[in-house]
Design a protein around this ligand. Structure first.
Ligand code: PRX
Length: 640
């Protein structure tokens, strides 16, 4: 694991727009609410707020509660009104090299039409609209069109399987789903809407399905329910004024994995969320909207895509690159080609992608002129110093600061990251941003000032989640039960060094982080156990050079079925259909029994010890200690 030992090299930011970082920390510390109010005032408010924070029902916090604003107006109208209509919002770059240049004025036009189309389908403020789209501009349009009329979007990652999409639509009670005929991935087209059809039949609350015609993939349409996006926009009126909404009006739901099988519907609001993403995007990435070209490689279906591909960049009025494809298609140097082609100034990506690029060799980036880059960002998992140094040297030419940003779907925006003008240590996300208060606590809740502990956030912040959709109890018990309602429990362990820098060590709950994506062990286990040939299953994470963590599944086959290569292939396919390809186990270990306590609880800790080659800890609480011998043999000698 990364440490702040002598091998680390502190580096200073060479910011284009230096901020006096220490003054900013001091200002925020002296008047936290005044500081956040100042950040919120960078937005355009229809009715200015007079109260900054209402914490009378903590931890159900309300930020800027008496102000009204609209997120889509903040992302579009105000820039167009300021004469920036011709500025490029997105350079969209398709898988096969096609391009679309989308200006702020052009985006505003299309958003207004689609917002009118949604209204025509009966969508009103507060309704939930599901969005299941690949990385095409219509995904941004659909999100902003919802925001424009106060509908709450729920984007489900394009790589999720139909069943996972269906579960998330059912959980949020979506009235409308916006999807696509087909999605392209590495030169192949998958029929998305057709594959969803069976699941859609199980959703009685879903009244309309809007289909973007992107690829011409086979796409049966059900009259009365399904309509084409293009037809709706063509028939819709061009003007749709943005509705002023209370700051606390929900902007979106985003489902994330937790420690039980049911995904958590994280609720973000209009005023607080937008304040957080706009502030952090501007500050952490040393943004210069008049000159920068921003490239965030995250998929729009994850929080990073929401915050730093859509809302942050648009609210700040910058030009972004929106790339449809995979990092290795049509060739493994495509990102570097895009950096050169569009003159990208800041690149924001994940350690897993950096490690993949490292494994493909230095000559690929070396073929392109990357001199436009001036800052590099990382997110999603701890960045190991080797990847950090490679990123810094090969991609950043040794001159670009690397910003390791720690945050979560729940936090909405970056919480811990180095600031321009401060030093960064490879592998550490540095200090909480001005306005953010973090602390490490030991198991008893005693603060740790130099050492390892549980990461907590000790003051509310504007872009925090407000609750879990329809489940206030789970919100309280997941985040605010362990140390009280003042202390948000992150679910990560971290180390604090003598300079007050945080080193994130990883999750402490049953969540696995594969390529920076959160997967729930419980969700995977219940998916595997649902296969008729499976009697019991447990999954654990193992470290993986490329993906950070990978999934190992321990499976007990049901009567009469052999644990063999054929069943393994079947299970991998089964998981891919139930959850998505990301969740496919790297390895399946067959076992006659799982290690369980006498009360039947699976001791995943022992399984983790086994697969990572650590001596297994205390086994005395096991109901059947002999299980461990068989498991040790199974791990050491795979059956096939
Ligand atoms: O464990 C932390 C890890 O990713 C988790 C949040 O996952 P998710 O909600 O999917 O959001 C990912 C993108 C913001 C965290 O609890 N994580 C995220 N960023 C970092 C990180 N771990 C270490 N260093 C980071 N920079």
């Amino acid at each position: 694991m990364t440490t702040a030992g002598p091998s680390t090299v502190p580096r200073s930011f060479a910011a284009r727009h230096p901020v006096d970082a220490e003054a900013l920390y001091a200002r925020a510390a002296a008047d936290r609410l005044g500081f956040w109010a100042e950040q919120a005032r960078h937005l355009a408010w229809d009715k200015p707020f007079t109260t900054v924070l209402d914490d009378t029902e903590a931890p159900f916090h309300r930020w800027f509660p008496d102000g009204t604003l609209n997120a889509s107006a903040n992302c579009l109208d105000r820039h167009v009104a300021a004469g920036l209509g011709d500025r490029v919002a997105y350079h969209w770059h398709g898988e096969e090299g096609e391009t679309r240049t989308i200006t702020y004025a052009g985006l505003l036009d299309e958003v207004q039409r689609f917002a009118n189309a949604l209204k025509g389908l009966g969508v009103t403020a507060g309704d939930v609209v599901g969005i299941h789209l690949p990385m095409i501009p219509e995904a941004v349009v659909a999100m902003l069109a919802c925001a424009r009329i106060g509908a709450v979007h729920n984007v489900v990652f394009g790589g999720f399987a139909p069943q996972a999409v269906g579960e998330r639509m059912a959980a949020c009670g979506a009235r409308v789903l916006v999807t696509v005929d087909g999605a392209r991935r590495k030169g192949r087209v998958t029929a998305v809407k057709q594959a969803l059809d069976e699941t859609l039949e199980t959703l009685p609350g879903l009244e309309h399905v809007v289909v973007v015609g992107a690829t011409g993939a086979p796409c049966p349409m059900r009259p009365g329910r399904d309509s084409w996006y293009g037809d709706l926009c063509a028939a819709a009126g061009p003007d749709c004024p943005a509705v002023p909404l209370p700051a606390e009006h929900p902007l979106f739901l985003l489902y994330s994995s937790g420690s039980t099988a049911a995904p958590k519907g994280i609720v973000h609001t209009t005023g607080g969320y937008l304040t957080g993403v706009t502030y952090t995007h501007r500050l952490v990435f040393d943004l210069d909207p008049d000159h920068d070209v921003w490239f965030c490689t995250a998929d729009i279906g994850w929080i990073t895509g929401h915050s730093y591909l859509v809302y942050g960049p648009l609210a700040n009025g910058v030009t972004s690159v929106l790339f449809e494809g995979a990092p290795d298609h049509p060739h493994k140097g495509i990102w570097w080609e895009l950096v050169e082609r569009y003159g990208v100034t800041q690149l924001y990506t994940a350690p897993t992608a950096i490690r993949a690029a490292m494994s493909w060799g230095e000559e690929l980036p070396g073929r392109h002129d990357l001199s436009s880059l001036r800052l590099l960002g990382s997110v999603g998992e701890p960045i190991n110093p080797t990847a950090w140094h490679w990123y810094h040297r090969v991609i950043g030419g040794g001159r670009c600061p690397v910003v390791d940003t720690w945050w979560q779907t729940e936090t909405g925006s970056i919480m811990i990251a180095p600031l321009p003008g401060t030093t960064a240590k490879p592998g550490s996300a540095a200090r909480p941003l001005p306005g953010v208060s973090a602390a490490l606590l030991d198991a008893d809740g005693t603060p740790v000032t130099n050492g390892t502990g549980l990461l907590t956030l000790t003051q509310p912040w504007p872009s925090m989640l407000r609750t879990l959709h329809g489940d206030d109890e789970r919100y309280l018990s997941t985040y605010f039960s362990r140390f009280g309602k003042e202390t948000y429990v992150v679910g990560d362990a971290a180390r604090l060094d003598e300079d007050g820098h945080f080193w994130i060590l990883g999750r402490t709950d049953d969540v696995i982080n594969v390529s920076g994506h959160r997967l729930s062990t419980a969700e995977m286990e219940s998916a595997i156990a649902a296969h008729p040939a499976v009697a019991d299953a447990a999954v654990v994470a193992v470290p993986d050079e490329l993906t950070g963590q990978a999934v190992v599944a321990f499976v007990t086959p049901a009567d009469g079925r052999a644990g063999d290569a054929a069943l393994e292939a079947e299970l991998r396919e089964h998981i891919s259909v139930r959850i998505g390809k990301l969740a496919r186990p790297k390895r399946v270990v067959w076992t006659e029994a799982l290690p369980k306590t006498r009360s039947g609880k699976i001791m995943r800790r022992l399984l983790r010890d086994l697969v990572t080659g650590r001596p297994t800890g205390d086994v005395t609480t096991l109901g059947e200690p002999a299980v461990m011998d068989a498991l040790t043999a199974a791990v050491a000698h795979p059956a096939h």
